[in-house]
Ligand binder design. Sequence first.
Ligand SMILES: *Cc1c(COP(=O)(O)O)cnc(C)c1O
Length: 461
Amino acid sequence: MNYISTRGSAPILGFGEAMMTGLARDGGLYVPQTMPVMEHWEIAALAGLPYEEVAFRVMRPFLGGFFTDDEFRGLIDKAYGGFHHAARAPMVQLGSNHFLLELFHGPTLAFKDFAMSLIGQMMQAALAKTGERITIVGATSGDTGSAAIEAFRGLANVDVFILFPHGRVSDVQRRQMTTPSEANVHALAIEGDFDDAQARVKDMFNDFAFRDGVRLAGVNSINWARVLAQVVYYFYAGVALGAPHRQVSFTVPTGNFGDIYAGSIAQWLGLTIDRLVIATNQNDILDRALRTGEYRTNGVKPSVSPSMDIQVSSNFERALFDAYLHDGPAIAELMGEMKSGGFRIRQDVLERLRAQFESGSCSEEETLATIARLHKTTGELLCPHSAVGVKVAEEHLGDEPMITLATAHPAKFPDAVERATGIRPGLPLHMADLFQREERMTRVPNDLAALQELIRERIAR
Ligand SMILES: *Cc1c(COP(=O)(O)O)cnc(C)c1O
């Protein structure tokens, strides 16, 4: 199994290299050169299997033998052993044809644990083979960073630096990043918003001397291995509701497009997905792009669902690459136009995107009203991101079951939930003392050279 860049001019890599590399050297994102297919019977056979076994069967074809089967099973078991629900991804029913897939039972209470716990295990295993050391640098709107720090804290061959927008993440998110005491964990609060943080990380990857000098590795949602890990729960939930014998649909609260892109991979693999619905908050660039064909940023507006306060949706590049029928140079040109604020999607491409994705957006008031209403009618306390999903899903219900992805635990965003319902959701037992733990973080300017110097200094110690 080989991986190619969406911009067509980076080296072709195997699974292990693609995982360690993150961003391709031409600025693009790695995607499989050819897509494996799962037969109808193979998908049907997933019904009733434990999450870990579904994970093994769905991901194995993408590894190209990088791990042996035994090794890979062991890594999956370790990755999900720390989850706090035996089902890993349980489902609850919200309405006659509407289901909620709870992806927040991992160690940091957001769906990002599914990918990050596994990539932590896989990278550690890969480094142990060669004795190499790497520097992980990531940008976060809150949840990626906490999941990454949790997955990599204390690992011998890894330093992990996480850039988060100062003052724009929730207290729980910040504390999950600033309270681990391991020396290899570096939480950096940057002056700016998430897009600034993400842009500086991209700059570091595009500075090859720096990149090679510190052996930079990326675990942001552009990392192919993360996308792959997220494909699993589409299968797990889909077969639980009758796929592949019938169609199912998914609605996905979307920011950087990683989670929903995993859904489109599941669809290509053969899962009978009728519709994939993109749900955005007031930062609705993706919804506008699908409606108008104009992909144009107009500034990030902070919202009650901060993990989706994103205007430059990195993984959308992968969907564009598919819809441009793997025309790397065309993607490179579009991404060049991004520097001046956006681009127009070609009409035939737009139609292909519309055939695959539907979309909707949810205002701040609607988000809070949805949390309040769902609590009254179902007893379920939704985090604001999941509420965005539920509201948009309700506008897209059809004959087939609709599965909305609940991306975080309500206790990760207690202020919004309390505002909506009057109830302040408590942290689960395993992190009940989070607010007593000591915090440790470094304030940094939105400046590439200063960041690079800090990283070089820290890893030299
Ligand atoms: C990251 C995140 C999202 C958005 O996911 P993407 O893969 O970036 O689209 C939604 N909700 C929560 C809680 C998140 O942490």
